[in-house]
Ligand binder design. Structure first.
Ligand SMILES: *[C@@H]1O[C@H](CO)[C@@H](O)[C@H](O)[C@H]1NC(C)=O
Ligand SMILES: *[C@@H]1O[C@H](CO)[C@@H](O)[C@H](O)[C@H]1NC(C)=O
Length: 342
């Protein structure tokens, strides 16, 4: 064998070894962290070409979106001004859940907030700070979702059902625990249609189930809920939680109002958007951004109702936050969140 061939064989086998080791690491990571498989739209998250339709937006509401946003004519039976939040399978409220509840108190000024839980440490310091503002509603998922628990559904899938069941039964405003309410919801409560959802992503191909506004007993929620019966496989959860409601909204436009992508889920979950919210700003940038937020009454855009934190995708940023770092570090997220700290 010539020296060159030997050398190139050596290089090839080294490359092969590296690729094999790298591949094994990737597979191991994939298997060991369920949430890597769970990140919604994982393709868009890593392929920036595919992110563009998600994040490039002309900020123009459609005619229907505008009409849905400003349902000011009093309806005979307004949507109840009740906020529902749920915290299952973890007795400890966290700083981020505290922020969600605080934002609902400050921005929505609801008649009351139902904190749905399975078990709760009532001496937890975050709980103590919101205790006087929430009504505790304890659940036994084993009793309420017997079949699903027996079928080993993950808690997040049960939570998808739970929010539909709760709005169907009681009506109101459901907020995921990674959502900040940024303005009053009164403009939606007189909606002529029984349910209000927001698009997720600039291309409007999905509706987000992180914020659900609705009257009790609505047809739309019933249809959505029925889709989980019988045929649901946990591989389909993204389909059921975001794509299916979009399809249903196209088939039953008289039952649901859909809002612009900026209302509930903007900026999006793309890497660029998440970085935008969490990157450190210079003093000048921070001042300018803070000014913009004040001009927009505490939000990025006037028409923004909530900020969705995308807690799974942005966890590396969110998990290290506490009141001190939110006050100290100049990121767009922190500047937005500061007014909810006592
Ligand atoms: C509940 O929270 C308090 C305060 O953080 C803590 O000291 C206590 O150990 C917690 N209780 C349980 C059962 O974990
Ligand atoms: C069940 O799922 C299959 C494939 O996802 C679909 O084609 C079918 O229409 C579904 N059936 C019902 C009753 O939803």
């Amino acid at each position: 064998m010539s020296r060159l061939a030997r050398l190139s064989g050596l290089v090839r086998s080294q490359v092969f070894t590296k690729v094999a080791i790298l591949g094994a690491c990737v597979v191991l990571l994939y298997l060991s962290f369920p949430y890597f498989r769970d990140i919604r739209h994982i393709d868009q998250y890593f392929d920036s070409a595919e992110e563009r339709p998600i994040e490039v937006f002309d900020y123009k509401d459609t005619f229907d979106e505008k009409r849905c946003f400003d349902s000011v004519t009093p309806a005979p039976n307004p949507i109840p001004k009740i906020v529902h939040v749920a915290w299952f399978d973890n007795p400890e409220l966290t700083f981020m859940t505290y922020l969600t509840i605080r934002s609902a108190i400050v921005s929505i000024k609801p008649d009351h907030i139902n904190l749905h839980y399975t078990s709760l440490n009532e001496t937890n310091k975050w709980f103590l700070q919101v205790r006087d503002h929430v009504r505790l509603v304890q659940h036994d998922l084993g009793k309420e979702y017997t079949t699903q628990v027996q079928e080993n559904w993950q808690i997040k899938h049960i939570s998808d059902l739970f929010r539909l069941d709760t709005i169907h039964k009681e009506g109101g405003i459901y907020l995921d625990m990674d959502v900040l309410a940024l303005r009053p919801f009164d403009n939606l409560l007189n909606s002529q249609k029984d349910v209000v959802l927001g698009h997720e992503g600039a291309d409007r191909s999905e509706l987000c189930n992180s914020v659900i506004v609705g009257r009790p007993g609505s047809q739309f929620i019933q249809r959505w809920r029925n889709s989980y019966s019988g045929n649901f496989s946990t591989d389909d959860w993204n389909y059921h939680s975001t794509i299916l409601p979009k399809e249903l909204s196209e088939h039953h436009p008289d039952e649901i109002c859909t809002l612009s992508p900026t209302a509930f889920s903007w900026p999006t979950w793309t890497k660029r958007h998440i970085d935008y919210m969490h990157e450190y700003l210079s003093e000048t940038e921070a001042k300018e951004f803070a000014k913009e937020v004040v001009t927009n009454n505490g939000r990025l855009l006037q028409s923004q109702m909530t900020y969705h934190e995308w807690s799974k995708i942005a966890s590396s940023h969110l998990d290290r936050l506490d009141p001190e770092s939110v006050m100290r570090d100049a990121t767009r997220f922190n500047i937005l969140a500061r007014r909810f700290l006592n």
